[in-house]
Design a binder for this molecule. Structure first.
Ligand SMILES: NC(=O)c1ccc[n+]([C@@H]2O[C@H](COP(=O)([O-])OP(=O)(O)OC[C@H]3O[C@@H](n4cnc5c(N)ncnc54)[C@H](OP(=O)(O)O)[C@@H]3O)[C@@H](O)[C@H]2O)c1
Length: 367
């Protein structure tokens, strides 16, 4: 055998072994560990904790140590939190590739939940933008708890006076995702025809309203039971996905924001205008490659296409929280709230989110 065949064969075997080893490491799930013992002196609070990856059954409603803010940090008494699909991706550690950041075998951070609204209880000595008593909303890991610590420069903003805590807690992940998909990736312009696939979900209900606030003509895609709700939040046209496939209608759109990923990439681009944009926000569930196939195809095909294809990974930050606060204060965006649960009922709330049937946002009430 020629030397170059031997070398390429060796490289292929090494690559196959490396891929198999990575798959073994990523796919390994460690059993739930024991709860750490709290000292008698520790001040306690209730929180939802997960010590291993798995179904909502592994979630514990338990006592943990109440945190104390450092100099640049803020302690918020959480009044309401909200659920996102991100929470059950972390809980299950799926797709496995995310365990590279969330922890191999078991989660490195045992606290769950991101979106919250509440009242500031204490601030560190270097904090200047906020003070105790301020009503705020924000995004930070560990929101399914009575208290949360947030550094001052992170995603935190004053709660608009005309919004309830439940409405404000609905906003961070879903609102910022919708805003960044439309504005940063979609470059939305007044008068454009915008289609929102998945218009009745957490992100979709924000996307419909934010697109309207930019002066777009909005088409929402949802099922029969959600058509009235999607119309009520401002959609000019509603397509019932149970009766009509929007990729076969012949109508064209300047911008498609896709939360569902249930149509082939080329079917979506076929109903874009020649200079239109597709923004991929969500896709099918799966343990390994299935959720990644849409973005991979988009990366491979987009250099050969006239239309733009954007893949979003939303970034929580204080500026966009402020913009969403202003949109709510101006009455241009009003969060849509679906079911409400208590903190101890987070496992049920997550089961409902995993069903994929939420209409707007799922709320966790702590008071
Ligand atoms: N890339 C990012 O940074 C980012 C950020 C946030 C979320 N996401 C992802 O975006 C997706 C949406 O998030 P979300 O919070 O909006 O989820 P969600 O609230 O759980 O979405 C549920 C909604 O999807 C609708 N739906 C299901 N199948 C549909 C279909 N075939 N056509 C149209 N609508 C359909 C459901 O309506 P019916 O019950 O009537 O079917 C339901 O109202 C998720 O995959 C999430 O992981 C990504």
């Amino acid at each position: 055998m020629k030397l170059r065949y031997k070398i390429s064969g060796g490289i292929l075997i090494a690559l196959a072994l490396a891929t198999a080893s990575l798959a073994l490491v990523l796919g390994h799930t460690t059993a739930c560990g024991p709860a750490p013992v709290l000292s008698d002196a520790a001040e306690r609070m209730k929180a939802i904790v997960y010590r291993c990856y798995g179904s909502p059954d592994i979630l514990e409603f338990t006592d943990v140590e109440k945190p104390t803010p450092m100099d640049d940090q803020i302690l918020v008494k959480v009044k309401v939190a909200s659920v996102n699909p991100l929470d059950w991706h972390y809980m299950r550690g799926l797709p496995y590739i995310m365990r590279l950041s969330s922890g191999l075998g078991a989660p490195t951070d045992t606290r769950l939940g991101v979106d919250f609204a509440g009242t500031i209880e204490a601030v560190g000595k270097d904090v200047t933008r906020f003070e105790p008593g301020d009503d705020v909303f924000g995004g930070r890991t560990g929101a399914f708890a009575e208290y949360i610590i947030v550094p001052e420069d992170r995603a935190l903003a004053l709660k608009p006076g005309n919004m309830t805590f439940a409405q404000a807690a609905s906003v961070p992940i879903a609102g910022i995702t919708a805003l960044q998909a439309l504005r940063d990736h979609g470059k939305i312009q007044p008068g454009q025809k915008v289609l929102i696939n998945g218009a009745s979900g957490g992100v979709g209900t924000f996307a419909v309203q934010i697109a309207k606030s930019y002066g777009a003509e909005v088409t929402g895609v949802c099922s029969t039971r959600n058509m009235d709700m999607v119309r009520s939040i401002g959609a000019d046209h509603v397509i019932d996905y149970k009766k009509e496939n929007y990729t076969e209608s012949g109508r064209r759109y300047d911008l498609i924001i896709d939360m569902v990923g249930n149509h082939p990439l080329l079917a979506n681009t076929n109903v874009l205008t020649p200079e239109g944009t597709l923004v991929m926000v969500g896709g099918p569930k799966g343990d390994w490659l299935k959720p990644l196939m849409g973005p991979i195809k988009a990366l491979l095909l987009s250099p050969f296409m006239d239309q733009e294809i954007g893949i979003i990974l939303a970034q929580l930050g204080p500026d966009d929280m402020g913009i969403l606060g202003e949109l709510m204060q101006a009455g241009k965006v009003t969060p849509v709230i679906d079911r409400r649960y208590g903190l101890s009922e987070v496992p049920d709330a997550i089961r409902y989110s995993e069903s994929g049937r939420a209409r707007g946002k799922i709320i966790i009430e702590l008071e």
